[in-house]
Write a protein that binds this ligand. Structure first.
Ligand SMILES: [Zn+2]
Length: 382
């Protein structure tokens, strides 16, 4: 377990019960911070924009109020610490705060090597001072450029990707302009299915659509790689929806697909339960309810017990105690066949979730439109 896994768990869960254990955990964390800073400086970056982005990302990784390493330590180590351990954890936490502040992540932009200011040596006469930075008036104030930040939807997507990458899945992508064959027919969605109605689908022509889900990539990947197959498919999807606080004509999905010999519904349940615990905390429980999708059989809807109120009912879960996460199911044998995989030999499961909705739940955002309006005052908070 890396130190970054450890900060997602409580000290009790880690089996740390004395001052010495606490101190060595914090020492490990300080070492990691120092190491990441050193790596960034050593790597450098030729472009100003890239340098800004790298520094900001490092700062956010450690110091972001929501989800930064320090706030995770606060939430998972300090707050739930036992009465006996609290003083030592508090002391170490303050030490860590002072230490990360002293690393001055936000000033690293100035520390990174300026590669583009050094002229290539070959093109200049010898002895001309080639390769040295242009002399500058060091008394002039420096140019400060605002640092960008990672968009909340991208951040959510990466967080989800990371969990599945750790489980051995890889990331696959496909075209956003898709044929009706891949978007519908190959997924066992006949002409008569309601989602083929004009109202939901944006048609380019009678055989071409803006994909309505990331599922066509399932078929493309089956054709390309065959079985066994363990992939997740993040990407943009499009539907003919009027924009409101929960709908956007463009939205983001992540699809998961596992195909192998002897894959059962138990594998699906186990994987999604692990996923929910990694994303929302060890305490959450998952609930599976039967549902229907043309491309899976049986199909289900997964909900997770509310990570805010622990199922008691609150604003985030709309007083129900549960948060709907995604649809899932066992891949329909006909879909496997359409992808060129023998359903007698292989079976598989799949799920699909809305990344925007996940980000709304996780960051407590009540209007999906905020993601796409480009308002800096909103985006600055991430
Ligand atoms: Zn709740």
């Amino acid at each position: 377990m890396t130190i970054f896994d450890k900060i997602r768990r409580t000290l009790q869960e880690l089996g740390v019960s004395d001052a010495q254990g606490v101190e060595s955990l914090f020492a490990e964390l300080r070492k990691a911070a120092e190491h990441e800073r050193a790596e960034l400086v050593a790597g450098g970056a030729p472009q100003q924009a890239e340098r800004d982005g790298l520094c900001k990302a490092l700062r956010d990784r450690w110091l972001a109020r929501k989800g930064g390493f320090l706030s995770q330590v606060d939430e998972n180590w300090l707050k739930p610490a036992s009465k006996e351990l609290k003083p030592v954890v508090g002391k170490q936490f303050n030490k860590l705060r002072r230490f990360t502040a002293s690393l001055e992540f936000e000033k690293l932009v100035e520390a990174l090597p300026f590669q583009q200011e050094t002229a290539p040596q070959m093109e200049l006469p010898l002895g001309s001072g080639a390769g040295r930075p242009v002399p500058r008036d060091l008394t002039l104030p420096g140019l400060r450029r605002p640092l960008g930040s990672i968009h909340p939807v991208t951040r959510m997507q990466r967080e989800i990707e990371d969990i599945f990458l750790r489980l051995g899945f890889w990331i696959e992508s496909g075209p956003e302009i898709e044929s009706t064959y891949y978007n519908f027919d190959a997924l066992n969605i006949p002409e008569s299915h309601p989602s083929r109605d004009d109202w939901d689908t944006l048609y380019i022509d009678s055989k071409t659509v803006l994909r309505t889900h990331t599922s066509p990539v399932q078929i493309r990947a089956m054709e390309k790689y065959g079985a066994p197959l363990y992939i997740i498919i993040p990407g943009k999807c499009y539907r003919h929806d009027n924009p409101d606080s929960t709908h956007s004509p463009m939205f983001h999905q992540i699809e998961g697909l596992a195909i192998d010999e002897d894959i059962t519904f138990a594998d699906l349940k186990g994987t999604l339960d692990f996923f929910a615990k990694m994303l929302f905390g060890e305490k959450v429980r998952t609930r599976f309810q039967p549902s229907f999708f043309p491309f899976t059989e049986p199909s289900g809807e997964v909900a997770v017990s509310c990570f805010v109120c622990d199922g008691q009912g609150c604003r985030v879960c709309k007083e129900s105690g549960w948060i709907e996460l995604m649809g899932c199911g066992m891949v329909h044998p006909q879909v496997l066949r359409n992808g060129g995989i023998d359903p007698e030999k292989y079976s598989g499961w799949a799920f699909g979730l809305g990344v925007d909705r996940f980000a709304m739940v996780k960051y407590d955002i009540n209007d999906i439109q905020l993601f796409f309006q480009g308002d800096v005052r909103f985006l600055e908070q991430f």
